[in-house]
Every structure is written in C-alpha cells, then in structure tokens.
Design a binder for this molecule. Sequence first.
Ligand SMILES: *[C@@H]1O[C@H](CO)[C@@H](O)[C@H](O)[C@H]1NC(C)=O
Ligand SMILES: *[C@@H]1O[C@H](CO)[C@@H](O)[C@H](O)[C@H]1NC(C)=O
Ligand SMILES: *[C@@H]1O[C@H](CO)[C@@H](O)[C@H](O)[C@H]1NC(C)=O
Length: 426
Amino acid sequence: MLRSTGKHSFTKSTVIFSLVCLLGIALTVDVFWATRSSSSSSVYSSIASNWPREESHVVVLPKAANDTDSEETVDDKANRVPQRLLSATFADIPAPELEWEQMPSAPVPRLDGSAVQIKDLLYVFSGYGTLDYVHSHVDIYNFTDNTWSGRLEAPKDMANSHLGVATDGRYVYVVAGQSGPQCRTPPTSNTFVLDTETEKWERFAPLPAPRYAPATQIWKGRLHVMGGSKENRHTPGTDHWSIAVKDGKAIEKEWRNETPVPRGGPHRACVAVGDELYVIGGQEGDFMPKPGSPNYKCSRRNEVVYGDVYMLDSEMKWTVLAPMPKPNSHIECSWFLWNNSIIIMGGTTEKHPVNKRMILVGEVFRFQLDTKQWSVIGRLPYRVKTTLAAFWDGWMYFTSGQRDRGPDNPQPKKVVREMWRTKLKL
Ligand SMILES: *[C@@H]1O[C@H](CO)[C@@H](O)[C@H](O)[C@H]1NC(C)=O
Ligand SMILES: *[C@@H]1O[C@H](CO)[C@@H](O)[C@H](O)[C@H]1NC(C)=O
Ligand SMILES: *[C@@H]1O[C@H](CO)[C@@H](O)[C@H](O)[C@H]1NC(C)=O
C-alpha cells in the first residue's frame, strides 16, 4: 500500500486602540464563495515575499464583551471610544519564505475538487468551477514534462464535489459526495473505481450511508471511509466503514462497521503509513441549503474547525496526537507524504472572532512521523483552501482551490486553476 512517491493510500492578535464597532456586519454567503467569473489566469504579484507583516488591514473589536451598557443609545455606541482592533490576518503564523515557481494552470478552476497522485501523474477530480457550476471530469497533470496532458469524463451519477478518494497506485476509489452545484442535498452513496491503466470506470459497492467529504484511505488491504457530513450537509458523521479490496474490486460482500472515529465531520486529511492510519484536522458543520430554496442555495451555518489528529493502530484503537499548529479544514487532498513526514498545504481555520468571516490558511505544515510533532515549514504564494497537493522529484506542487482576497485579507474569493511548485528540503 505504501508507495514512495504517491500521495493517497500511502501515499495575533495585535491589540491597539481606536473607534467604531463593526459588529453585526451582515454575512452573505457570496462573500465566502468565489466571484462568479471562472477565469483565473490573472497574474498575482502577491507571492510569498510580498506578504506584508504589518497590520495594514484591521477590524474593530468591542473593548470587551462586558462594556455593553444596556442604557446606551445607538448613537452613544457609535461614538464610543476606545475599542480594540484585531488584525484580519491575526491567524497567520510566522513562516519561512519559499520561492514559488508558477507552472501551467489547470484547464479549469476548481474548488472542493479531489486528487490522487500516481507516480508522475496527478489526477484531479471534479469540484466546483463556480458555486453554480460543477465539473464532471478528471484532468491529468504530468510532472515529468509539466503539462496538463489528459482528460477523462466521470460517470454521470458520480458526485461532483466532496468526494472521498484513495488509490492503491493503479485503481482510484471515488466514494460518495455531493452531486450538483450550490449546497445540494442529499449527498450520494454512489462509489466508483477508476482503473488508471485502462482509463475505465466501474461501479463499486455503495457506501452504507451517503456522506459529504468523508475521510477515505486504503489501509492494509481495506478501503476505509469515516466521518464526513450526513444527509443534511451539516451534521457530522462518526461512522467508520471498511471493505477489503483487491485490484479495483471489493472482495467482501458488505462494508464492515469499524471503531467510529472519535470526532466526526468533513474536509479532513486521511493518511495511511504502514500500520498507522491518521485523520487530521477538519470541521463540524458546514453550509446548508437555504430552507425551501429550489436550487439548494448555500447558506452559512455554524462551523467548528479543529486541528485534532487521531491515529488508528493495528489493534483498531484510536490515539489522540498533538494537534495541528492551528485548526485547519478543507485539506482532504492538500497533503503528501515525503521522507517520513506528512506535508499539508493551506486550508481554512476558525472564523474571525469578531467579523465571523471565514479565514483561509497560507502555511505549509509538516508532521514528523517519528516524533509525531508539527512545525510550519513555509508559506504559500497566497492563502488557499482545498488545494490539491503533490510531490515529485524534489518539488512540492499545489494546484486549484479558493484563494484569499490579498495579502492583508484572508477571506476567500477567487477559485483558481493555478499550479505552483517549490523545492522541498526536509
Ligand atoms: C465580564 O463579566 C464577567 C462577570 O461579571 C467577568 O467574570 C468577566 O471577567 C468579564 N470579562 C471581561 C473581559 O471583562
Ligand atoms: C509523462 O510525460 C513524459 C514526457 O513526455 C512521458 O515520457 C511519460 O510517458 C508521461 N507519463 C505518463 C504516465 O504518461
Ligand atoms: C530525510 O530526512 C533525514 C532526517 O531528517 C535527512 O537526513 C535526509 O537528508 C532527508 N532525505 C531527503 C532525501 O531529503
């Protein structure tokens, strides 16, 4: 199950004083999603070295939760001084600069897409182009000649986003997920296998229940699927199923119930290394369709992002390990394994405590499998979630995802198709 190059399957707060209270900013869903434009080839000069460290963009905090005087008029509130300011970028962790090189962009922009690496190829699956448009195909990048050289259509009833994906080095298992755009419910339990040699798809035993973005991995001859969100898109699942697989086929009749994962929810990295299976980060809760909306228009719900790390061992016992340097979600395909470390690029962290906006992550994290400790080894060219990560011939790569509004604004904006790489020295 362990391949040396593959990915899946083995694969501040500045407190100063000033005015005004920005609390109660209306949150609209669109703010969290991309501009509707799907073109994304504009050139960004905001590469790593340009990330400003000064707090140029600040949001205003109330002085303290307790200074709300019930006799105050609205005008009194507006004129009140002083207040605390908290940088919008407070969550950035100081990180070494990396020199990024831009590579050919993917044919389409992708949010909530999935990817597996098989030798020198990166298979990039489906995802949103915009919130109203989802992909139903696979794009293939070749690391040897650095071109996007292939495309495969996906089965019609395969989900378009929030897929669970895992590969054994030839077959790619694509498990459940969301069909259609916006925040379509319910998810599907449909599961498929792609034989990357013949480029043919086969139907696979459906998951016992539908899930969004379940943690998925092949471990010791079995396809493991756990967590994710349940039918309403928000409720975290903790169920954990597995089924024996060989050469792209289930060799058991039914999925087996396994020890539930200690914490449920979608958008987590799931990594198998030898006798250990790791489940990293994620969140509880997610956007839900607006009640009564015929097109399942997304509306934001409470989410708790966490950095928890759980390890399953041969005795099928879960152990809690050191958490990530900060809560991190939307990282299911944002990782790769290299030299006894798990590397994770980007993600989303806990919402801003005051303006409640979603905050993207721009760090590159390293988890050392020998010491089981985390460190921050670099910064991406911008903050971005649902990156699709890979490693080839000394370079680490990432493509796709939804990037920030700029160096001083970590809120999500544009869905991108860019591909970047940098030399990795561990
Ligand atoms: C707010 O008030 C509560 C109860 O009076 C007190 O325990 C708490 O420390 C106060 N918090 C701040 C930030 O002043
Ligand atoms: C990737 O590109 C190289 C150079 O063009 C080619 O030799 C190789 O066969 C390609 N890999 C695959 C798996 O197609
Ligand atoms: C892998 O890590 C070890 C120990 O950290 C280091 O000595 C070695 O040079 C690394 N190997 C590569 C190929 O980067």
